[in-house]
Design a protein around this ligand. Structure first.
Ligand SMILES: Nc1ncnc2c1ncn2[C@@H]1O[C@H](COP(=O)(O)OP(=O)(O)OP(=O)(O)O)[C@@H](O)[C@H]1O
Ligand SMILES: [Mg+2]
Length: 230
């Protein structure tokens, strides 16, 4: 069997020691096919962010294996994992995490700089992405002057700088109203359909269901249910 494109095999993660020890994930095995959008649901504390952090090479499991782009990454050195994280993976968060003193354009251009310091034409590439996301008239605005939906579009544009094949989003629509949320769902779906990216969205938001190829529900650190759309 070839390695999965993205996934975990027999992964367990715990935090703390002794009495304070919390088991965040218990023997979880999941694979995420290339070019799919998976929705990860489950109650608070069920391990969703922990799983996303593992897939994003920010956290290593106590036991088990993590695969990114078909490579078992927890056998690699920290430096090798960092390279994989920079080249292959991008994150989107509920709180946007934009740089407040930079314009929308500079936020996205910085994304290109971080991924590929040698890249030329960063501003032009950043402008193209923002135009695609309907932000052509907001290029020079700073985040504080943008609506929540616009901020999230800038954050996604920044995440896509450098063309990463994997996008991991933790509650990307939780701070958005219905229309802005739908817009973000459409944008991330297009990343799958038009660019073949692999997208994993953690959300409590049922609006995501019709945009996802499958839904995985975690409970108490285990996979409770996995439902694919055929
Ligand atoms: N850095 C940490 N230190 C200690 N415990 C942690 C840490 N990160 C997560 N946990 C614990 O691990 C469990 C799973 O947490 P996790 O953040 O993955 O849940 P979640 O499903 O993302 O929840 P939420 O929906 O509230 O974001 C919880 O019991 C949490 O308290
Ligand atoms: Mg979480």
């Amino acid at each position: 069997m070839p390695n999965p494109f993205l996934g975990v095999e027999g992964a367990s993660v715990s935090f703390g020691q002794g009495e304070a020890r919390v088991c965040a994930l218990r023997d979880v095995s999941l694979t995420f096919e290339r070019g799919t959008l998976s929705l990860l649901m489950g109650p608070s504390g069920s391990g969703k962010t922990t799983l996303l952090s593992m897939l994003g090479c920010l956290l290593s499991p106590d036991e088990g294996t993590v695969f990114v782009d078909g490579v078992a990454v927890n056998g690699l050195s920290e430096a090798e994992r960092t390279v994989i994280r920079q080249k292959k993976i991008s994150f989107v968060f509920q709180a946007f995490r934009l740089f407040h003193s930079l314009s929308a354009l500079d936020n996205v251009a910085l994304g290109f700089e971080i991924r590929d310091a040698a890249a030329s034409g960063r501003k032009e590439m950043a402008r193209d992405l923002l135009l695609q996301f309907g932000l052509g008239d907001k290029l020079h605005q700073e985040p504080d002057d943008l609506s929540p939906g616009e901020k999230q579009r800038v954050a996604i544009a920044r995440a896509l700088a450098g063309n990463p094949p994997i996008l991991l989003a933790d509650e990307p629509t939780a701070s958005l109203d219905a229309e802005a949320g739908r817009n973000i769902c459409n944008i991330l779906r297009r990343q799958v359909d038009e660019h073949g990216r692999t997208v994993v969205v953690v959300s409590h938001d049922w609006r995501w269901e019709k945009f996802a190829d499958r839904t995985v529900t975690l409970c108490d650190g285990k996979v409770e249910e996995e439902v694919s759309v055929l």
